[in-house]
Design a protein around this ligand. Structure first.
Ligand code: BG6
Length: 607
């Protein structure tokens, strides 16, 4: 998830582009760049690092002109660096492109262009677009862009300039958000409204498969075939703060609602022709066959994702998995043998405890696979193999979409290893891939239930202690639900294996104490229901969450919520959503700073 911006008008485009990028930095801050039509033609300036680095460089050598495009990057293909920054240009520097999204078939397009004699300078998927447009260019940039997007597969929000046509700015949208701002003798493109709000409140929101050609005095909308599209401008009433959160009150809520998109982006390029494709893993079939033990090591929410990963890998591959919190791992002198694979999980890729565990594992000769959300982070750089979760920047301290995309990554790793080990039959593989690809829509449906959770949260406003219970995979998810609640509502909450309560902790269940029970594992439903009856008998107030159809839950629980049905192994990717929302609404009801809770940081880079 990057941020793109563009301007065509009569004012100095550099300051407009930089101000716009500043408002889009929540979308990515690995590098930034602009391209402007100056008196010396189309010129670009780009730099690794926060936008301020680029601003510093432009201070000495500004790009003066009234037409330009800009980009702030969240690295996915190619580490943060000057050469991987956008805009990307073709060899002759006639075509300049800024891109937000992922070109899934960039490898085959790149091979084709190299065979035609094109040379590439970066590791990015985006550079392919600049060369492809140049290859198809016959004097009409609109036609060349139209022909190029027909060859591209994936997601893109594009801004394109052509040296020979300095009176046009071309924009295209497929899956990645793109808006067109309409002004007086000036027009804008942007990935999001905050970037242009101080200039205009009249925007076109491009739909998938739409293209806009901007000049100083007009905007033409068409589909990808060139058929005109007529549309009213939409008047934006938001203030800037709200706009940066995409109209949500908090980054945490926005990130919870981004999960369907994040699931699609994380699994999209990795499921093809009924198989899981993980080219990022450099292990040979023999290497994978030789794995005898797996250690999953992480901190906080990432550790909880690892607990689900253990279930997935053991179930699908029968390789034994141990899970450890990173701050304990190296001090317990773990038994690491040459056939041990260590999987470290970290949203930021900078958490010191996880990094130390990674280094310890490597020191003892283990191969390390990292699941992380940040390309170029320390964990990504030091691991042997890296699976990137495509959650996009996660701003709220309490992790939500990073956790759930880590689950998706674990399902993909488990299925991939099972494919190699032939420990899964074709039928189950097909069924599981089908169910995986249904998850984003099912999460969208669940997000429609947010009101129910707002109501349940009100009951928790004055509470100081509560319990979560669950069995099997539900027990792993309630540990995450309990952490979410603790992190942002400051209620003391404990997650408990439902069957373990009667061996002690049941003593703490008294009149009115809230118990949140997750009962989504079909084979364990009856057992969990009896644990619900157990705590009810001691006066607990139960919020029960089960799969659709389990109406018997309503007889026992005070509040119930049903989630769409999927395969038991995949259920955590759904059941965590109501727990995230419950924590959010409880924190809100208690008047806490949801995005920046006390005493916590987004990434702890000290041990
Ligand atoms: C904490 C964050 O600092 O670190 C948590 O507040 C996070 O949200 C934990 O789960 C681990 O961070 P990371 O970046 O290694 O996943």
């Amino acid at each position: 998830m990057c941020g793109i911006v563009g301007y065509i008008g009569h004012r100095d485009s550099q300051s407009i582009l930089l101000e716009g990028l500043k408002k889009l930095e929540y979308r990515g801050y690995d590098s930034a760049g602009i391209a402007v039509f100056t008196e010396n033609g189309l010129q670009a300036k780009k730099a690794k690092g926060r936008l301020a680095v680029l601003e510093g460089e432009l201070l000495n050598a500004p790009l003066q002109g009234s037409i330009g495009i800009g980009h702030t990057r969240w690295a996915t293909h190619g580490k943060p660096s000057d050469v991987n920054s956008h805009p990307h240009v073709n060899t002759e520097k006639q075509i300049s492109v800024v891109h937000n999204g992922i070109i899934e078939n960039y490898v085959s397009l790149k091979e084709e262009l190299i065979a035609k004699g094109y040379t590439f300078t970066s590791e990015t998927d985006t550079e392919v677009i600049a060369h492809l447009i140049a290859d198809l260019y016959e004097g009409d940039i609109v036609a060349a862009v139209r022909a190029a997007v027909k060859r591209m597969r994936g997601a893109y929000g594009l801004g394109v300039l052509a040296e020979n046509e300095p009176d046009k700015l071309v924009a295209v949208r497929l899956q990645s958000p793109l808006i067109i701002g309409v002004g007086e003798h000036e027009n804008f493109i942007a990935s999001d409204i905050p970037a242009i709000l101080e200039h205009t409140r009249d925007v076109y929101i491009l739909n998938d498969g739409e293209m806009a050609v901007l000049t100083k005095d007009g905007v033409t909308l068409t589909d990808l075939e060139g058929t005109p599209v007529s549309r009213e401008t939409y008047r934006v009433e938001w203030d800037l703060q709200t706009a940066e959160k995409g109209g949500y009150d908090h980054f945490m809520l926005k990130e919870i609602y981004e999960q369907p998109r994040a699931y699609r982006d994380t699994m999209g390029p990795r499921i093809a022709e009924g198989r899981v494709v993980l080219d990022e893993i450099g292990m040979s079939e023999a290497d994978i066959q030789a794995i005898r033990r797996i250690h999953i090591v992480a901190c906080g929410t990432a550790y909880h994702a690892g607990l689900v990963g253990k279930h997935a890998i053991e179930q699908l591959t029968r390789i034994p998995v141990e899970t450890d919190v990173a701050s304990e791992y190296r001090y317990r002198d773990p038994i690491i043998t040459p056939d041990t694979l260590v999987i470290v999980v970290s949203q930021s890729g900078e958490t010191a405890d996880t990094l130390a565990a990674l280094r310890e594992a490597k020191r003892q000769g283990a191969r390390v696979l990292a699941i992380t959300n940040v390309v170029g982070s320390s964990v990504a750089r030091e691991a042997d193999d890296v699976i990137l979760t495509m959650a996009g920047p996660e701003i709220a301290v309490a992790s939500t979409k990073a956790y759930s995309t880590q689950l998706i990554a674990f399902y993909l790793v488990a299925l991939y290893f099972a494919q190699v080990k032939r420990s899964i039959d074709a039928g189950l593989l097909a069924e599981t891939l089908q169910a995986l690809q249904e998850l984003p829509d099912q999460v969208e449906r669940l997000l429609g239930e947010a009101e129910t959770l707002k109501h349940a949260a009100e009951a928790l406003t004055k509470v100081e202690n509560l319990f979560f219970i669950g069995r099997g995979l539900d027990f792993t998810v309630v540990q995450e639900g309990s952490l979410k609640l603790k992190e942002i509502s400051y209620i003391h909450s404990e997650a408990y294996a439902a069957g373990e309560l009667k061996h002690g902790t049941l003593a703490l269940i008294t009149d009115g104490i809230p118990v949140i029970a997750l009962a989504t594992q079909e084979t364990l439903f009856e057992k969990t229901l009896s644990n619900i009856v157990e705590v009810k008998a001691r006066g607990a107030k139960v919020i029960g969450i089960a799969n659709e159809g389990h109406t018997e839950l309503a007889k026992e629980a005070d509040e119930t919520l049903y989630i769409p049905r999927t395969m038991p192994l995949l259920t955590p990717a759904l059941s965590v959503v109501p727990l995230q929302l419950l924590a959010y609404y409880t924190s809100l009801a208690r008047g806490n700073d949801v995005d920046k809770p006390r005493n916590l940081a987004k990434s702890v880079t000290v041990e």
